[in-house]
Design a binder for this molecule. Structure first.
Ligand code: BEZ
Length: 382
């Protein structure tokens, strides 16, 4: 079996894998990206059209990390010749004491104060009047942060892919990695047909990461979910929503969290996404994902829209799902680093990390080349 040599192999061609490939090629390294499905597929964590962009976090280091990512997004926008981060505002509201995987309203406001970022505090009535919500419990409160908004996922993937190609990165799609075999000089990467050898491997395989790390004795302690996504038709051409997240106490059956967007600024049309953030139906093998909406979660979302969003037609359009790996420890957000005993392997995995795409791609390569990153990501280590 022939062995192909590269400086760096990136396992997983999603957004962070592509960003890492670009960063490595920029540092003069020969890079191969191995992608198990078609390039730019919709079966992983980089699927879909939009992601929320927000500066507020319950943890100060994450808020600061998002601010640090901004100039890198600006650079990417320059290369793309178009906007990727659209500042349509980010509205967080609800039961301010409910703690979730996404954070908590009052803790996030404390962090906004500490970091010196602007926001406006709002009562339930103000949220209803200004942002056309209805039927909110009068105890609900929240804030609008004007710099939040949404990220154009597909344009981000396209520009990173273009940059990688232009820098000479090689790609092999439909090539699944079965085993990583690190030694003192590098890593042997076993695929179905081939054996590749690299000085370093960057694993950015999202929900598919666990089985690659287990044989190395590395615990990737995540929960896998397929979360329902769907769109609703906006009824009033003169009104648009900011991105929003509703914090509510859990029900007996689900986490009772919903979030939404306004119209996509980069696309014509009246469809806006509203989806449930239900950590329900954990499964253990990412290859078993069915990529279909959960009918109960879909009707819960339609009920939420009918009750609280009178400017939307409550009939779901284009239901689907997205595959997500969330760290079991909700404070952690994601895994990043060189697993102990496998120092030639750098991993980013799990969490809601699209905001950090250019930053984490670069940080993976900084670890490979310099052995350190300029950001302190040590609490996300293995
Ligand atoms: C986030 O901004 O992290 C987020 C937004 C919507 C759903 C889940 C996470």
């Amino acid at each position: 079996m022939p062995t192909h040599h590269h400086d760096v192999i990136v396992v997983g061609g999603g957004a962070i894998g592509l960003a890492a490939a670009v960063a490595a090629a920029r540092r003069g390294l020969g890079v191969l990206v191995l992608e198990q499905f078609a390039l730019l597929h919709e079966r992983g964590s980089s699927s879909g059209a939009e992601r929320q962009w927000r500066l507020q976090y319950s943890q100060e280091d994450l808020a600061r990390l998002t601010v640090a990512a901004l100039p890198m997004w600006a650079e990417l926008e320059e290369a793309a010749g178009r906007r990727l981060v659209h500042r349509t505002g980010s509205l967080w509201f609800g039961d301010t004491t409910t703690a979730t995987n996404e954070g908590q309203v009052t803790a996030a406001v404390d962090v906004l104060d500490r970091v010196g970022l602007p926001y406006e505090w709002l009562s339930a009535r103000q949220i209803e009047d200004r942002y056309r919500f209805a039927g909110l419990p009068s105890s609900y409160e929240g804030f609008i942060q004007p710099d939040g908004g949404m990220v154009d996922v597909r344009a981000t993937l396209w520009v990173l892919h273009e940059q990688a190609r232009a820098l000479g990165v090689e790609f092999r799609d439909h090539t699944r990695v079965h085993e990583l075999e690190p030694d003192d000089d590098g890593v042997t990467v076993h695929t179905g047909h081939d054996r590749h050898r690299a000085g370093h491997v960057v694993v950015t395989a999202g929900a598919f990461t666990g089985p690659l790390l287990e044989p190395l004795g590395v615990r990737f302690d995540v929960e896998l979910y397929e979360m329902t996504t769907t769109y609703f038709r906006a009824l009033d051409p003169g009104f648009d929503y900011p991105t929003w997240f509703a914090f509510q106490p859990p029900t007996e059956d689900d986490t009772n969290l919903f979030y939404g967007f306004g119209r996509l600024p980069w696309a014509a049309g009246d469809l806006v996404r509203v989806s449930p953030d239900f950590e329900v139906g954990e499964f253990h093998d990412a290859y078993e994902a069915g990529y279909t909406a959960n009918p109960v979660h879909l009707s819960r979302t339609a009920e939420y829209v009918a009750a609280h969003l009178p400017s939307l037609d409550p009939t779901p359009v284009r239901p689907g799902s997205c595959l997500i790996a969330l760290p079991k420890d909700p404070d952690r957000q994601f895994y990043f680093g060189r697993p102990p005993g496998a120092e030639r392997v750098v991993v980013h995995g799990a969490g809601w990390a699209f905001k950090y795409v250019p930053l984490l791609g670069r940080a993976c390569v900084d670890l490979v080349v310099d052995g350190r990153t300029e950001h302190d990501l040590s609490r996300f280590a293995f």
